[in-house]
Design a protein around this ligand. Structure first.
Ligand SMILES: [Ca+2]
Ligand SMILES: [Ca+2]
Ligand SMILES: [Ca+2]
Length: 350
């Protein structure tokens, strides 16, 4: 989960934390596993340069609960992959990029997750201007996807069909939002680059105003972790031998047609609607033996020139000390948690 961090004491977010054992059992203030991040026991706050994971606002806490909120504990909510019958759910790793001191570390967080071996990366943020992106972020997406990570992004909340990155980048899965009537949510971006849609209106999840709070959240931000959670659940059902490409093909291939519920102007621009039972049925059919027909990436040939990656080291420098403040060399950026009409989406402007 790459977002604004989490309320670490939330009672519904305790059982499914990813744990970096060398750091969790290591010494405070020491980079016990030598990965360049001090005390990254359950993730890292890349924006503020600290292991304290709570950044700006409750957005990330809500997104996390949708994936991994504890089921079976008789309180609050149950994440899509939150476990059942006393079994734990999917492990979630928290990377904070919307911090208390600003928004940064997006590319670093994508690389960090890939280096930790995450299966999927859930990203409920993007650029608020069509056509705008940073090469470093797309290079980090490439790095993660090349490492087997399924990288999922929110489509954005401008109700437009421009090229909103990183969701429209063809190596990510882009998620739009629909209502409980299968109608495109009023705010959801759309376009042929939207891979699928999921419910995004008034989704109840964990909040952070005080530990143990809950709230209803609206936006493509919240459709996105529903999809990420469904993919994690499918991975659990299918077993460790299931390939990412097989699961992604099931995810997109079993999504139900939304066109009959929506205006013709959205035809082919919402993806299908996430269908979790169909996804699980597909996922549990063994993958075909690898052949030349298996797609090596999420999508077909790139429509844009490959992004050069001269500045992206394959691994993070283990001797680097995280900066506690905003890097002075980075261009000034504005970010805001846009919640007009309860339409929350973490936005990032260059
Ligand atoms: Ca470390
Ligand atoms: Ca440590
Ligand atoms: Ca619960």
């Amino acid at each position: 989960m790459i977002d604004s961090g989490i309320e670490e004491t939330h009672p519904d977010l305790q059982t499914n934390k990813w744990a970096n054992t060398l750091e969790c059992s290591g010494a405070d203030g020491v980079d016990d596993d030598g990965n360049g991040f001090i005390d990254d026991c359950h993730g890292y706050n890349h924006a503020d340069g600290t292991s304290v994971l709570l950044g700006s606002g409750d957005h990330g806490t809500a997104c996390t609960g949708l994936i991994a909120g504890t089921c079976d504990n008789s309180i609050g909510v149950c994440g899509v992959a939150g476990g059942r019958n006393g079994q734990p759910g999917t492990s979630y790793l928290t990377s904070t990029v919307f911090g208390t001191s600003g928004a940064q570390g997006f590319a670093e967080a994508l690389v960090y997750g890939a280096d930790q071996g995450v299966f999927a990366s859930s990203n409920s943020w993007g650029y608020t201007t069509a056509g705008v992106y940073e090469d470093s972020v797309l290079a980090a997406v490439d790095y993660a996807v090349n490492g087997g990570v399924v990288v999922i992004f929110a489509a954005g909340n401008a109700n437009r069909q421009g090229d909103y990155y990183p969701g429209c980048y063809n190596r990510t899965l882009a998620v739009g939002a629909v209502t409980n009537k299968k109608i495109k949510s009023s705010y959801s971006n759309y376009g042929e680059w939207v891979d699928l849609s999921a419910p995004g209106d008034a989704i109840y999840s964990t909040g952070y105003t005080d530990a143990g709070s809950y709230g209803a959240y609206t936006g493509t931000s919240f459709a996105t972790p529903v999809v990420a959670g469904a993919l994690a659940l499918a991975k659990s059902w299918a077993g460790s031998s299931a390939s990412s490409s097989h699961l992604v093909e099931c995810l997109v291939g079993t999504a139900s047609n939304l066109d009959t519920f929506n205006s013709d102007i959205y035809a082919g621009k919402l993806g299908g609607l996430l269908d979790v039972p169909a996804l699980l049925a597909c996922a549990t059919v063994p993958s075909p033996a690898p052949t030349a027909t298996v797609l090596p990436t999420l999508t077909v040939a790139p429509s844009r020139a490959p992004v050069p990656r001269p500045s992206m080291s394959p691994t993070l420098n283990p001797t680097t000390t995280r900066r506690p403040t905003v890097a002075p060399t980075e261009a000034p950026r504005i970010f805001n948690l846009a919640c007009a009409q309860n339409d929350c989406w973490l936005e990032k402007r260059l």
